[in-house]
Design a protein around this ligand. Structure first.
Ligand code: DGL
Length: 269
């Protein structure tokens, strides 16, 4: 099979992106790969995130993806540039890999009124400062405050979004951002999209940038411009989901996060 749009994440988080793509651009065929067995990526080294991400995208290309979205901010921050500049030209010169950071950064620039933007992310994303760099490059007047939120991914992966411990962790992570009077917060890890309502309840009027709808809109724009890539994509509304650790929990939580019952197959990377 050929012609898929691939969506890659270290776990469930990218299902948020897939859900938005399924809603906004339903005609395309999507292939999702969750590296559940090696989740989380957030506090791994650059080298390891790069190696895992390359293994993931190689598998997805072998399954027929023409274009892959790294629906993982950590991989987008730590591996995307090297993949685009070095790995793809040498190994898959006709394929495309896109990230999720720039769409979120551009959206925050459009949304902020007081030019104070908060970013929640994994340790990897925050220490790479990619959101800050991308925002300040486009608008140097914007102040960006980054907050690492290391505990959240594991709660989402365990299906414990509603646990009191999540509320407590969120209060702690959000305080440094609200203390700075930010009017916009980027949910800079796809897993945090699952916690959007909880975060919204705690921050009141602050605008939250969740990546799903933003990425879907940007992909639509991208495909309108890149007609050659668009023509390579097939449109049979197929949804193929793979994970490196298939369990009943993966199917149950994955179906909750995707919003529809999923079927999945296990792969070895
Ligand atoms: N959901 C991913 C991200 O957007 C990674 C989370 C993790 O594996 O730590 O960064």
């Amino acid at each position: 099979m050929k012609g898929y749009i691939g969506v890659f994440d270290s776990g469930f988080g990218g299902l948020n992106i897939l859900r938005a793509l399924d809603r906004e651009l339903p005609e395309y065929d999507y292939l999702y790969l969750s590296d559940t067995a090696r989740n989380p990526y957030g506090d791994r080294s650059h080298e390891q995130v790069y190696d895992f991400t390359v293994e993931g995208i190689d598998k997805m290309f072998s399954f027929g993806c023409e274009l892959i979205i790294l629906a993982c901010n950590t991989a987008s921050a730590k591996a995307l540039r090297r993949i685009q500049m070095d790995y793809l030209p040498k190994n898959h010169p006709h394929k495309k890999v896109l990230g999720v950071l720039i769409p979120g950064a551009e959206e925050a620039i459009d949304v902020t009124r007081n030019k104070k933007v908060g970013v929640m992310g994994t340790i990897g994303t925050v220490t790479a400062h990619t959101f800050k760099k991308e925002i300040c490059k486009r608008d140097p007047q914007i102040e960006v405050y980054e907050q690492a939120c290391p505990l959240l991914v594991q709660y989402v992966e365990a299906g414990e979004c509603d646990s009191p411990a999540v509320g407590k962790a969120l209060e702690e992570y959000l305080k440094p951002l609200t203390d700075q009077n930010v009017d916009t917060i980027i949910l800079g890890c796809t897993h945090y999209g699952m916690l959007e309502k909880h975060i919204g309840d705690l921050v009141g009027n602050i605008a939250l940038i969740a990546q799903g709808p933003v990425v879907a809109r940007k992909l639509d724009e991208y495909l309108r411009i890149h007609c050659k890539t668009e023509r390579e994509l097939t449109k049979n509304s197929r949804r193929s989901i793979y994970t490196t650790d298939l369990s009943d929990q993966f199917i149950r939580l994955g179906s909750d996060f995707f919003g529809k019952k999923i079927a999945a197959e296990e792969v070895v990377l």
